[in-house]
Design a protein around this ligand. Structure first.
Ligand code: SF4
Ligand code: SF4
Length: 318
């Protein structure tokens, strides 16, 4: 089905999918050790983590007749200028704007599936996921050649870097697989050195319990964790910002994902005082809304205290 593979690649490009790769369907057995080590060391996040390793890795439990994993990636890279009052602003990661990427990714994958059905016929089965299934999107992307696992724990594509949303489609069509990408981190450890919470390790392991991105999603936070958040109200991109593969990556983000500087750098008091209705009005379509006003408000209060404590900019009046 090589002509079908070429057809799918062209159709995916028409859908605005920047990266596509194919892997033979199989269980992700070689990652079992890696997951078990994370569990043993208590490195998994409290939010949304599936502790049943077999479930995370068993493709045939999800689709017994699967033959191929089609992995897709869409760039959300965006060059963002520094805000003039950056030091006294809370930060929301740009990946949450403007539209929830889960919706966009699912729409793109569903459209692609429809095109494949038109070409291959209606006898084949498809299941698609973006952060929504039990299987690890990153492992699917790695096996299908979308990119390599960086020391910052993101999948890095040599051209597009790591600011890419990932999704995967399981299907019972046999499609010639691609080869996995070679790791290009080498001796670099920029991301490990800059991570403010010491969450990254040379062993390519991430301690999610320490990671600020995870802390901003947690239901309860200790005082130390609130301080560790520094100025991050939701998400953290520091280990991606320093990565050389992102610095010169092309900006191919669609309007749907395009964040403005004012979206990213916010006044903590605006969030603290906006109330649930205004929060819904402003953030309902974003990928941050699911976390709810109470937690985002709690984060904004913690960040405000951090700004005051650290006297960033020396003129915070909030
Ligand atoms: S997201 Fe932030 S806290 Fe988490 S590993 Fe990267 S730099 Fe460290
Ligand atoms: S900053 Fe360096 S070590 Fe970290 S992911 Fe990028 S290339 Fe790899």
């Amino acid at each position: 089905m090589n002509d079908l593979k070429e057809f799918i690649k062209i159709a995916s490009d028409e859908e605005g999918i920047d990266l596509i790769g194919f892997a033979k369907a199989r269980n992700f057995t070689e990652f079992e050790k890696f997951y078990n080590k994370k569990i043993e060391n208590d490195y998994l996040p409290d939010v949304g983590s599936i502790r049943d390793v077999k479930k995370r890795l068993n493709v045939f439990d999800v689709m017994p007749q699967a033959k191929t994993i089609i992995a897709v990636g869409v760039s959300y890279n965006k060059k963002i200028d520094k805000h003039k009052n950056e030091a006294i602003k809370g930060i929301i990661s740009h990946h949450v704007f403007k539209t929830d990427y889960h919706d966009i990714m699912h729409e793109k994958m569903h459209n692609l599936i429809e095109k494949i059905k038109e070409k291959a016929g209606n006898n084949y089965k498809f299941q698609c996921y973006c952060d929504s299934g039990v299987l690890d999107d990153r492992i699917a992307a790695y096996l299908a050649g979308i990119g390599f696992f960086g020391k910052n724990n993101f999948i890095i594509n040599e051209k597009y870097g790591s600011y890419i949303f990932l999704g995967h489609i399981l299907t019972d069509i046999n499609i010639r697989p691609d080869t996995s990408a070679q790791n290009l981190c080498g001796d670099c450890r920029e991301c490990i050195d800059i991570c403010p919470s010491g969450a990254l390790m040379d062993s390519y392991c991430l301690n999610s319990k320490k990671c600020i991105s995870n802390l901003t999603q947690k239901k309860t936070l200790s005082d130390d964790e609130q301080q560790a958040m520094d100025r991050h109200i939701y998400g953290c991109n520091i280990c991606q910002q320093v990565c050389r593969f992102n610095i010169d990556a092309p900006v191919r983000s669609s309007q749907s994902f395009s964040a403005d500087i004012e979206d990213i750098y916010v006044d903590c008091d605006d969030i603290i005082n906006m109330g649930k209705d205004r929060f819904k009005e402003k953030y309902e379509k974003t990928a941050m809304y699911w976390r709810g006003y109470d937690i985002i408000k709690r984060n904004a209060e913690a960040v405000k205290q951090n700004i005051l404590r650290n006297n960033y900019g020396g003129n915070y009046e909030g």
